[in-house]
Design a protein around this ligand. Sequence first.
Ligand code: GLA
Length: 385
Amino acid sequence: MSLPTDEEAAARAHRAFADRFGTAPEGVWAAPGRVNVIGEHTDYNDGYVLPVALPHTTRAAVGRRTDGRVALASLQGDGTVVELGIDELAPGRPDGWAGYPAGVIEGLRDRLARGVSVLVDSDVPVGAGLSSSAALTCSVALALSDLTASELTRTDLVELARRSENDFVGAPTGILDQSASLLCTFGHALFLDTRERRTEQVPLDLAAAGLELLVVDTGTSHTHADGGYGDRRRECERAAARLGVAALRDVTDVAALAALDEVLLRRARHIVTENARVLEVVAVLRGVADPRAIGPVLTAGHASLRDDFEISTVELDACVDAAVEAGAHGARMVGGGFGGSAVVLVDRDRAGSVADAVRERFAREGFTAPRTFDVVPSAGARRIA
Ligand code: GLA
């Protein structure tokens, strides 16, 4: 699938908004999905993450109204416009996809008392662990802040978008996805310390090193409002409480986990070793070492998510095994887990044969054919019209 340019995407959203609402929008904003290079489930443990923004974005065409109503339309839905009074917004109301932008609007309700119309259009795959929900909330958050609350910083918008997802939609996520969507820059991975909120743009020019970062969407869906993600979060909080630390970020030596029972020990060990892996990958990318050196660290991250955190699936495991056997430098599942996508680090001239090997393994196992694409670290959220 070839992606539209920002100009094409803006023109399409502008036209669709005018069709639905009979007036031009005040502007169009775009926000990307993400893949995380390393640092999974560390964000709600005050730890480190290293995402890149995808070239795939969600666009929000937005116009303020004068009748106190909120109208939400999506080019990906069935065409129905979700409409209600701004005072009727409440957690779960509206539900479904419209809850995400509605939660952001609710967060700025004081400034939007006269209502707002939003039309969204997206090419971020949904349910693939690539942050389609953050692309949606962040495109709307940036739009509304540009229009009404320009004193808000991008870090404030990360919080606004996270609150929409946590409090309005009811998905207990951390800040990885929203930070990636709002703070990433072209050609870089974003090294984020989620406790200190310190960021560093780490140059990531894989093409110059003859490498590709392949995303393999297994087509198996995940949803964060479901139980598994929240269970892991609570287990991590329990482990931190038993160890007497504010968050698992405060533990750097796995020997300190010995007091935990077996399950909590494995959950906590994933977080402790994953934080170390983020630091190791950042050190490689900052230095002169060949970026291929991060490959085995990614694969070790997968093993930890599979064995200690227990959030992988047979499809994701098959993808990682087949890719590494076929000569990839490393591979791992990405995102919240229980389905979704994997990333594969591979030499450019081997990318085709590695993708074929994954497809063949899926066919042999009777899994649905996966979708693959190459990721160029792309720009964060921006105004496009
Ligand atoms: C989801 C959540 C993020 C993060 C990842 C796992 O994407 O939205 O906050 O916890 O899972 O790293």
